[in-house]
Design a binder for this molecule. Structure first.
Ligand code: KG4
Length: 338
């Protein structure tokens, strides 16, 4: 089954064709990063307008690169939640039009389910059940993937997402958006133990997380240094910040493995591209004798191939939408609403 998938939840317009949930036939991404960089972050209205300008041509390119005509596609999939509402509406409306014009089924896909499914593309042998950490710019959640369309939330951030803390701290240092990649680049040769940053625990919820205190502490440290004329060792500060985020994410995810008794761990989302965090997960899963699944960096960030992969399993579970499909800015991964 060949699915044409559209993704427009944030600042990447993406279109892809995926076969049977596992094989990428094409994967086109038009990043808006340069247009948002001027503002130090994503401007929602600009994001919506750029999606509108790009989505049609990008979809044609995805079909062309897959070597397929519109008739050869079996279904249209689209990210419908969560994300920037204006941005989501562009993709949803486009997909509805495409499904109507071609008389093909329309499959709504939850963005975070898509991030998890990036692992199905990277590791054809991976099957549920497994535990997955999804850490992106807008969400950070540890889930038990009981089945392809069955999810149980084990832990989540109570405030900011891990990626957002990277973005805000990078902005304070004058580094370009997206901050995670900038901080990682600047951490080369730094000492990850030089700066001590906090790890807030959520009392009684060992798998829940908090990043806002870490973000504020890091920004305050930079601010105080600026005011007192103290010179910050940037590579070490960046390495220490990556370590601090890793120290929040990794032990809680390991705890999820322990509590569920699961021996398979997948990691997904933009923050999963971070080399320090990837290495820590490798160390910890090796020590536990668990198997680690990490998508290549190219599939960690937003893309439509991951949406096409999850769409296949949503389709098998009978999740087909009609022309009343709407978009939702927020929605838990475990919810079935469209
Ligand atoms: O998954 P993604 O592309 O978009 C969302 O669905 O949010 O994630 C974007 C986030 C940004 O916050 C960005 O700073 C972070 O992923 N990110 C990284 C790295 N590359 C991107 N964080 C840490 N290290 C990286 N190398």
């Amino acid at each position: 089954m060949k699915i044409l998938a559209i993704e427009s939840s944030c600042d990447e317009t993406a279109a892809a064709v995926v076969e049977n949930g596992r094989t990428i036939l094409s994967n086109c991404v038009a990043s808006q990063v340069p247009q948002h960089q001027v503002y130090g972050g994503v401007v929602p209205e600009i994001a919506s307008r750029l999606h509108l300008e790009t989505v049609y041509e990008l979809t044609d390119r995805a079909l062309l690169e897959a070597g397929l005509t519109r008739d050869a596609i079996d279904a249209i999939a689209v990210t419908y939640a969560p994300g920037l509402i204006g941005a989501l509406l562009v993709g949803v409306n486009f997909a509805k039009g495409a499904a109507l014009a071609s008389n093909k089924p329309l499959i709504p896909v939850h963005h975070l389910r898509g991030h998890i499914a990036a692992n199905y593309l990277a590791s054809p042998e991976l099957e549920p059940p497994f535990v997955c950490l999804v850490a992106s710019g807008g969400n950070t959640v540890i889930v038990e993937v009981a089945d392809y369309t069955e999810f149980r939330i084990l832990g989540a951030t109570r405030d900011d997402a891990a990626g957002e803390s990277f973005d805000k701290v990078a902005r304070k240092m004058g580094m370009p958006y997206p901050g995670g990649a900038s901080i990682e680049r600047s951490s080369v040769g730094g000492d990850p133990y030089k700066y001590v940053l906090p790890d807030a625990k959520v009392s009684g919820s060992p798998m829940d997380m908090s990043f806002s205190g870490l973000k504020t502490a890091a920004i305050n440290l930079l601010h105080h240094a600026e005011q007192s004329g103290e010179e910050i060792d940037i590579p070490s500060f960046c390495a220490s910040f990556s370590r601090a985020v890793s120290d929040i994410l990794v032990p809680r995810t390991v705890e999820a493995l322990r509590q569920t008794g699961c021996r398979k761990l997948a990691v997904a989302g933009g923050v999963a591209a971070n080399a320090y965090i990837r290495a820590e997960f490798e160390k910890q899963t090796q020590a536990l004798g668990a198997k680690l699944y990490l998508p290549p960096r190219s599939l960690c960030g937003d893309n439509a191939a991951m949406i096409g992969a999850q769409a296949y399993y949503e389709y098998l579970a009978g999740r087909i939408a009609d022309q009343s499909l709407n978009a939702f800015a927020t929605m838990p991964i475990s919810e079935l609403r469209f």
